[in-house]
Design a protein around this ligand. Structure first.
Ligand code: GLP
Length: 241
């Protein structure tokens, strides 16, 4: 794994934003996998800014987000779909028909997961996937467990994960759904290039385990060690340097 360390979270966002903007500009067609959470906010701010200053076109970009809450409608304020619309899709002008998203209100959630896998495959797979990481080592909503899921699935959220998502729901952890839909480990590992962001001292222990530990389902992110093209984009606090 390649490790890149920058001074602080805004610097990580700027440098990764610039890296991604160059890819968007260079390729006529690009399939991009995207995360939510607090960590990518500086990245999306940087991409909005670069898009304006460079006049970057997103016309050839199709996106697939990692996950969505079960029972939260796409246009509800707490949804990840609404977050993405606000932070990136709306401001840079990615049309709805280029956006792939899980629908946590689908009548048949298992069928919805299968639809999503098929949509990613039909798009030719993800060229570049940006990831965050939970303090417990989850990626997407692949939580630590005795066994992990290969494909897009329905996931029960652990207490710590619900707590860290409370901000999406007015700070009230009881409003955070107990379940989500998430890309699986194989879905993630099939992306051609993976860029994992981690910032802040709270992520330093999990980054250390990811860097130095073995591969274990107790740390889902450790499976990224099996992928040949992964880079970690860290600030000094998360890198513990
Ligand atoms: C959330 C998301 C993940 C995200 C992680 C870290 O639960 N499902 O995709 O990477 O938790 O969130 P944050 O960046 O806010 O620390």
């Amino acid at each position: 794994m390649k490790i890149l360390v920058f001074d602080d979270a805004p610097a990580v966002g700027l440098r990764l934003g610039s890296y991604l903007a160059d890819i968007v500009a260079a390729r006529a067609e690009l399939v991009l996998g995207l995360p939510t959470g607090r960590t990518p906010l500086p990245l999306y701010a940087a991409l909005r800014q670069i898009t304006t200053t460079r006049g970057l076109s997103w016309a050839g970009v199709r996106t697939f987000n990692l996950d969505e809450f079960v029972g939260v409608a796409p246009d509800a304020p707490g949804s990840y779909r609404a977050y993405m619309q606000r932070e990136l899709f709306g401001p840079v002008g990615i049309p709805a028909d280029h956006v792939g998203f899980l629908d946590g209100t689908a009548a048949d959630l298992d069928a919805e997961c299968r639809r999503y896998e098929a949509a990613i495959a039909a798009a030719g797979g993800m060229d570049v996937l940006v990831l965050g990481i939970g303090t417990n080592g989850h990626i997407g909503f692949n939580e630590p467990a005795p066994a992990l899921h290969a494909r897009t699935h329905r996931a029960a959220l652990q207490a710590a994960t619900r707590a860290s998502n409370a901000g999406q729901f007015g700070g009230d952890v009881t409003c955070v759904p107990a379940e989500a839909l998430s890309m699986g480990m194989a879905t993630i590992l099939e992306a051609k290039e993976i860029l994992l962001m981690a910032t802040g001292a709270g992520k330093a222990p999990v980054v250390r385990q990811l860097r130095d530990g073995g591969i274990t389902t107790a740390l889902p992110a450790s499976f990224l060690q099996l992928h040949g093209n992964v880079s970690l984009w860290l600030d000094a606090a998360a890198a513990d340097v």
